[in-house]
Design a protein around this ligand. Sequence first.
Ligand code: 6PG
Length: 230
Amino acid sequence: MTDLRIVENPAGEAAERLAAAADAGEQIALTGGSTARRMYERLATMAVDWSGCTLWFGDERCVPPEDERSNFGMVRDALLDRLPGSAPDMRRIVGERGPDAGAADYERRLQDDFGQAMPRFDLLLLGLGSDGHCASIFPGDRALEERERLAVGVPRSGLPPWVSRVTLTLPVLNAARQVIFLVTGADKAEAAARAFAGRPDRRTPASLVAPVAGTLTVLIDRAAAERLPT
Ligand code: 6PG
């Protein structure tokens, strides 16, 4: 069951939930994207105990952290560098190693830290692309078919920026205890209708996110929700 919430300020609501997960010392997977950036900026102003949680990423662009396209770099600028107290434990995807080595490296890290075949994130945040992608799982890409690996390289992006990526795979997304999509803006309305009100369809990767034993919440603004049935 999808818990669809049309809210004024998805970034603000998501910040509250992420803060609660951080305070509880949970394993959290972050997302890139402009809506998420607003959430990180909001979080940086909140009183949060970051000392017990671990921050991972759902995907990364294959660029160094100093590159403006880096998801880790974005989180560092919007959140980490602004924190007054102790920094969270970070597990970034080393995108500059390239898609294949970066994915293999991240997969090893996941296995070592979680110590089980399938990692279960307590909270996994995702954005939605206007083409229906989430993390870096794009329509038509072979990452969609992956059932064994935890992370894979994505040689070609489906949307700008046109750089290769590393992404968690669908089995990992669907093993999470709590998945939250963060969706804003009219340009997402069509993709949102396909992702959250249509049948699961490989042409819309986000429609394939269905936690096996977890919850799925969509925090969406009115503009992005325009084509969803009321
Ligand atoms: C990335 C993201 C990606 C993003 C969506 C939505 O690295 O590009 O992880 O999945 O979340 O494209 O991004 P916007 O919020 O910027 O539209």
